[in-house]
Design a protein around this ligand. Sequence first.
Ligand code: APR
Length: 231
Amino acid sequence: MEKIVILTGAGISAESGLGTFRDEGGLWAQHRIEDVATPEGFARDPALVHGFYNARRAQAAKAQPNAAHKALARLQRHWPREVVIVTQNVDSLHEAGGAENVIHMHGTLSGALCGACAHRWTAPPEMSVDEPCPACAAPTARPDVVWFGEMPYHMDAIYDHLSGAAIFAAIGTSGQVYPAAAFVHDASMSGARTVELNLDPSTGVSSFDEVILGPATETVPRWVDGLLGRY
Ligand code: APR
């Protein structure tokens, strides 16, 4: 039976009301990456960065999982082999939709990290520059998300899953940020059949065996029904 590995991006949460990054009016049209999503930006103005993530944390707290998140959880429950969900998203809508063991390669808004001792804890709704680390008390708390120039999390596990994938799906990602943008190549090299489900074709669309365009809340449930109908 075939193992399925799924990569998701901001597009899967778009219909839950969370903005994407590079679509019209997206987050990177409103904020400069270098100011709010780099270690240098945080060092320069931690209050600005905390404000950016506090706003995203508040928005994510109000968002509900949509039919696409729920369909992937259904696939995990009914597919006879492993279904691994790797997400670039820092919201927790996959888990809210019932998915399990989600791999957050860019961390999560619900996490806080100490820049001094690397202690991790659950972030309060509002983080600020003088948030003391619960372990070392240093005022160096930051959101536990991966910024540009930092190594994504869980890469060894992700590459291990990709090497064993029979089906690889990329859902709602523009394919512009590495290493995630290369996962389709890694999966293809391991013999996986690859499919992209997106509103618009991604940068790497030509690398996929199959492309299904449309809103995720329509395409993902239909794709899951097709897979489950096969077994
Ligand atoms: N249904 C399906 N796909 C959608 C929908 C939708 N309703 N709305 C938008 N999309 C697609 C767009 O067509 C686009 O391909 O989602 C993708 C969003 O692309 P980006 O905004 O670039 O988001 P993403 O690919 O997740 O960005 C990757 O870049 O800035 C970093 O860390 C950030 O994790 C993020 C990474």
